[in-house]
Design a protein around this ligand. Structure first.
Ligand SMILES: *[C@@H]1O[C@H](CO)[C@@H](O)[C@H](O)[C@H]1NC(C)=O
Ligand SMILES: *[C@@H]1O[C@H](CO)[C@@H](O)[C@H](O)[C@H]1NC(C)=O
Ligand SMILES: *[C@@H]1O[C@H](CO)[C@@H](O)[C@H](O)[C@H]1NC(C)=O
Ligand SMILES: *[C@@H]1O[C@H](CO)[C@@H](O)[C@H](O)[C@H]1NC(C)=O
Ligand SMILES: *[C@@H]1O[C@H](CO)[C@@H](O)[C@H](O)[C@H]1NC(C)=O
Ligand SMILES: *[C@@H]1O[C@H](CO)[C@@H](O)[C@H](O)[C@H]1NC(C)=O
Ligand SMILES: *[C@@H]1O[C@H](CO)[C@@H](O)[C@H](O)[C@H]1NC(C)=O
Ligand SMILES: *[C@@H]1O[C@H](CO)[C@@H](O)[C@H](O)[C@H]1NC(C)=O
Ligand SMILES: *[C@@H]1O[C@H](CO)[C@@H](O)[C@H](O)[C@H]1NC(C)=O
Ligand SMILES: *[C@@H]1O[C@H](CO)[C@@H](O)[C@H](O)[C@H]1NC(C)=O
Ligand SMILES: *[C@@H]1O[C@H](CO)[C@@H](O)[C@H](O)[C@H]1NC(C)=O
Ligand SMILES: *[C@@H]1O[C@H](CO)[C@@H](O)[C@H](O)[C@H]1NC(C)=O
Length: 410
């Protein structure tokens, strides 16, 4: 357990972006995230004053918090999120799970009446606890979302929550489905364009069109390293898969829509990742690697979510899109990446530069072989013509020699 706590790295994310009353925190164990929380909360605390009267004070969780004391847990120990803020006030929540659901178990709020700004006239100075069992169950791999105001009351404390997003036991909030608390009638995100909203809030996935879709539009994506662009990509992607609809072997195509797609990723020295998330329905992860002086596309992970399930397909050991490091790779022609039996990606107008991006612009392009048809055909025709001429000349020479030989015998 000691090792666990030592290995725990705690990150505070994007705090500057949040308005106050809100905090966003993530608990990580080594590199894996185990708890993610983004929520707004205020506490109304009733306390006794020196004149023996009761008074209410309101404590708003600030955006600057720290999560020391949090743990990802272990087989024996439950994951615990501890959020410390202000003058020794703490809010914590722990979790349990079984094979299908995880539960938000107990919320413990601790406040310190020594905080003279909040409790200037408190009769008793000290630390007080308030414990509230929750027991809200959420399917594994889904993010608990509760946008409307929820009030939890204990004897002296009223906790008001809103805009809550909470995930435990899963690594990437962007890969999970949203689980809305009862009372939240509308999903957070407006459904993607051209999808008719239905009363079925659980099925956020748009209906795949049965007819083959048009060529996908080309999206321009990038990955940032701090504020600098470190990976550039533009491409049109179309998934051809049986994973979106019911029934065996019904293939549908799904175009990644750049307007709905968020790109993210990582830039390493020898590896780079581009992650394209089309509204949580389809997530395409492209892994680039370097061998000798060239980079290439080594691995593709695709996660697809339909109304009921999430499926993941992976293809490793690819050797595509190769170009020398320092250049970009360019291919206008349609290409096909066979990820699995049930999933093919068709790519169009690809340009990528996963390494050595300078000034946020593409370097010289290495064009793919198939794009060079236009040059290749004249070369082949030319070579064939040249060959033909040589043959004719040889035939002529042989013919001449034969006739000459004929004269001699005469
Ligand atoms: C409490 O007592 C202080 C002085 O002892 C007094 O100034 C204050 O007005 C009292 N407050 C109430 C609510 O009676
Ligand atoms: C403090 O707030 C609670 C809940 O909002 C309320 O029930 C209580 O009466 C308030 N107490 C005082 C002294 O205003
Ligand atoms: C969560 O915390 C509460 C209070 O500290 C504790 O009683 C409970 O057993 C914990 N739950 C788990 C699963 O450890
Ligand atoms: C998991 O817990 C939930 C809620 O407590 C329960 O409904 C479900 O049957 C449990 N599943 C298993 C496999 O134990
Ligand atoms: C949750 O997601 C992880 C990783 O994507 C997967 O390995 C696991 O089987 C999923 N669990 C459930 C119950 O869907
Ligand atoms: C909830 O959060 C979203 C995005 O941060 C914001 O647009 C919305 O106004 C918030 N709602 C409330 C009630 O604060
Ligand atoms: C939600 O979808 C299920 C399955 O498609 C259907 O049986 C149910 O009636 C739908 N509910 C609403 C409110 O449309
Ligand atoms: C989808 O894949 C199937 C099987 O390989 C193929 O027959 C079909 O033509 C593909 N559709 C498109 C639009 O690429
Ligand atoms: C969702 O995907 C799963 C896995 O491919 C499939 O078995 C299921 O039938 C699909 N459900 C719907 C409603 O399309
Ligand atoms: C994306 O947005 C642009 C501008 O808003 C629009 O012209 C284009 O048609 C959209 N593309 C798709 C696939 O919806
Ligand atoms: C891609 O998928 C494979 C197989 O599921 C997994 O081992 C690998 O860790 C994935 N990569 C990332 C970065 O998620
Ligand atoms: C990057 O931009 C700076 C200033 O605009 C310029 O001096 C530099 O030469 C550029 N480098 C490259 C590799 O284009």
């Amino acid at each position: 357990m000691e090792r666990y706590l030592c290995g725990l790295i705690i990150y505070l994310l994007g705090l500057g972006l949040m308005s106050s009353e809100a905090f966003e925190v993530e608990v990580k164990d080594e590199s894996k995230t185990c708890i993610h929380a983004n929520l707004k909360v205020k506490f109304i605390i009733q306390y006794e004053t020196i004149n023996n009267t009761l008074k209410n004070t309101t404590l708003v969780a600030p955006d600057a918090v720290d999560t020391s004391g949090s743990t990802c847990g272990s087989t024996k120990e439950a994951p615990l999120l501890v959020v410390n803020f202000g003058n020794n006030h703490t809010w914590s929540v722990n979790f349990t799970k079984n094979s299908t659901v995880y539960s938000i178990d107990v919320i413990v709020f601790t406040y310190n009446t020594n905080d003279s700004a909040l409790f200037p006239d408190a009769k008793i100075k000290g630390v007080f606890n308030t414990v509230r069992s929750i027991g809200e169950s959420v399917p594994i791999n889904e993010t608990y979302i509760c946008l409307h105001e929820e009030v939890l009351s204990t004897e002296n404390v009223t906790q008001v929550y809103w805009n809550v997003s909470l995930l435990a036991y899963a690594q990437d909030v962007s890969l999970t489905k949203e689980f809305h608390c009862s009372g939240d009638t509308t999903p957070t995100k407006a459904p993607p364009t051209s999808v008719v909203p239905t009363a079925n809030t659980t099925s956020a996935a748009p209906k795949p069109t049965p007819k083959p879709e048009d060529k996908p539009s080309t999206g321009n994506y990038s990955v940032l390293n701090g504020t600098e662009k470190c990976l550039l990509a533009s491409m049109g992607l179309q998934l051809n898969t049986t994973l979106l609809v019911d029934g065996k072997n019904v293939r549908t195509t799904f175009n990644i829509d750049p307007n709905r797609t968020i790109s993210s990723g990582d830039c390493g020295v020898n590896t780079a990742i581009l992650r394209l998330n089309d509204s949580g329905i389809a997530i395409v992860e492209l892994y680039f690697s370097i061998k000798l002086e060239n980079f290439y596309l080594k691995e593709v992970n695709v996660t697809i979510r339909n109304a009921t399930e999430m499926s993941r397909r992976t293809s490793t050991n690819l050797s595509l899109w190769e170009a020398s490091v320092g250049n970009s790779y360019l291919c206008h022609k349609e290409q096909l990446i066979r990820v699995s039996e049930d999933l093919i990606i068709n790519t169009f107008d690809v340009r990528v530069q996963p390494f050595n991006v300078q000034n946020g612009t593409y370097a010289t392009a290495s064009e793919c072989f198939i794009d060079n048809d236009s040059i290749l055909i004249p070369i082949i025709v030319g070579a064939a013509l040249a060959g033909l001429i040589v043959i004719i000349v040889i035939a002529y020479l042989i013919g001449r020699r034969k006739t000459y030989a004929g004269y001699q015998t005469l």
